[in-house]
Write a protein that binds this ligand. Structure first.
Ligand code: 5GP
Length: 176
């Protein structure tokens, strides 16, 4: 069915929209304090981080610039393909860069992004992920700001999709 939606009686709501809102406010305060008097450049990772980034920037009370790159590793399925494709036209040389990601799962995507952006010689390069999955073998990537640690479940909503569906749901639900 084209408009099939999650049946919430069957799928657990992991994080409500009010829980997310409170945590995003905290992250915004923390990032504002850390980057005060610095020129913050936020790089949102499309597609999944678009809602998180939009909410986060409105909780940051210092001037910042916003740009995007596109990353894809999942091809309409719940398991990573193990390959990450990046698309962008960014010039971040000498900039204070904070990559904003929806979820830090294996860390493969962030590892690729860091390797790619490091070549541009930014002044600083950090990451902020709304979610981090507790799994044993994560890539050795340091994510300075993490919204929530979650168990290893497949989640959707608040920008996160399954086969391009469910991004618009205002909370985060488990699909498994
Ligand atoms: P990683 O490279 O860290 O394994 O995965 C990062 C990307 O995989 C995320 O940006 C996200 O797009 C996708 N991903 C990982 N886990 C989930 C999940 O539970 N739900 C959804 N919708 N996407 C996920």
């Amino acid at each position: 069915m084209a408009n099939e939606q999650i049946d919430f009686s069957k799928h657990e709501i992991l994080l409500s929209s009010s829980e997310i809102k409170l945590r995003v406010e905290e992250l915004g305060r923390q990032i504002s304090a850390d980057y005060r008097d610095r020129e913050l450049h936020l790089v949102g990772v499309l597609n999944g981080a678009f809602i998180f980034l939009a909410d986060l920037v409105r909780q940051i009370d210092i001037p910042c610039q916003i740009c995007f790159l596109q990353a894809s590793s999942y091809k309409d399925q719940k398991l990573s393909s193990g390959e990450v494709t990046l698309m962008h036209n960014l010039d971040l040389s000498g900039k204070e860069v904070l990559v904003v990601e929806d979820i830090f799962d294996t860390g493969l995507t962030l590892k690729y992004i860091f390797e790619d952006l490091q070549q541009q010689k930014p002044k600083s390069l950090e990451a902020c992920a709304l979610l981090s999955k507790q799994i044993p073998d994560k890539e050795a990537v340091e994510v300075k700001y993490i919204g929530f640690e979650i168990e290893d479940r497949f989640v959707v909503g608040y920008g996160l999709d399954f086969a391009e569906k469910y991004r618009e749901i205002p909370h985060i639900a488990c699909l498994d």
